[in-house]
Design a protein around this ligand. Structure first.
Ligand code: HEM
Length: 262
């Protein structure tokens, strides 16, 4: 797929932006140590989001631990330093995320702002309730009873294939539809939800081949921790928008259960 001019401009801008931010950090002489990135449980004052990855990064100090007033620059460097996500990929999602901001400052957000339904947050999540589930509906916090449906698929083998990830996602969407009379997912929600599945496959898997380590994915969702102890290593190759789109194409191509593949 030929990238559009807008996407090319975003890529160029975000990479330059990341370089400038990094340059300023070097001039300021701020050296990060291993200590800075130890996992710590958030306090009751800290803000957290419906995204297990952003929460894990805040728990490790790659993002502000209090989850407040996070700038796009901080998102870009935090995601690059921790999981090597390309600046344009972060910016693409981050620019949508700041539409939900309640900080009163342009281009910043609190993590819990991301729970605003309909901006990025959607129904049919892998591990969170829908916003319209029976009260007390909490569309932001990890919900073991929701995750159980997803985990039943993902835990079948040591590594998660693209097929299994697709089936887990479809099963969760079907379960949400069944449980929530107000269930609704737009085309944009479905694309977002697919990209979230692709994101964990790419971060914990083998390039764009899937095979994400179940043990590592489980730690991300259940503990909101980067699974260093379980063998997680930051991808040497930058994780790009194109990687996620390739995975998304493969996810879409998985036949519905019961449908012959040819
Ligand atoms: C700027 C970067 C990011 C933003 C603003 C963001 C935001 C969000 C939001 C708002 C949701 C909630 C969607 C919902 O279920 O209703 C979400 C879910 C999710 N995000 Fe992120 N995210 C970002 C980056 C990442 C990255 C790099 C990963 C890599 C693993 C990731 C993994 C996930 C997963 C797996 C979910 C689904 C959670 C679930 O369905 O239970 N996100 N993200």
């Amino acid at each position: 797929m030929a990238p559009t001019i807008a996407l090319k401009a975003l890529t160029l801008f975000s990479h330059l932006f990341a370089l400038v931010v990094r340059g300023i950090r070097t001039i300021a002489g701020r050296k990060r140590t291993l200590e800075d990135h130890l996992w710590r449980k958030p306090s009751s004052e800290d803000r957290r989001s419906p995204c297990p990855m952003l929460n894990a990064l805040a728990n490790h100090g790659y993002l502000p631990r209090d989850g407040k007033d996070i700038s796009l620059a901080r998102l870009i460097t935090g995601l690059q330093d921790s999981i090597n996500l390309a600046p344009d990929a972060t910016l693409l999602v981050g620019l949508v995320g700041v539409k939900a901001s309640t900080t009163g400052k342009r281009f910043t957000l609190h993590l819990d702002d991301l729970a605003k339904h309909g901006v990025i947050e959607h129904d049919g999540s892998l591990s969170r309730h829908d916003v319209h589930d029976p009260p007390p509906a909490d569309n932001k916090t990890f919900a073991p009873e929701v995750w159980a449906t997803t985990a039943a698929y993902l835990s079948q083998n040591e590594s998660i294939s693209i097929e299994t990830a697709a089936r887990a996602r479809r099963a969760r969407i079907a379960a949400a539809k069944e449980a929530n009379p107000a269930f609704a997912m737009s085309k944009k929600d479905l694309q977002g939800s697919a990209l979230e599945t692709c994101a964990y496959l790419r971060v914990f898997g083998e390039g764009t081949r899937g095979r994400a380590r179940w043990e590592q994915v489980k730690v991300l969702f259940e503990e909101e921790r980067l699974p260093f102890e379980e063998g997680f290593k930051r991808s040497e190759k930058m994780i790009t928008i194109s990687d996620l789109l390739v995975l998304s194409g493969k996810l879409d191509a998985v036949p519905q259960e019961g449908t012959p593949s040819n």
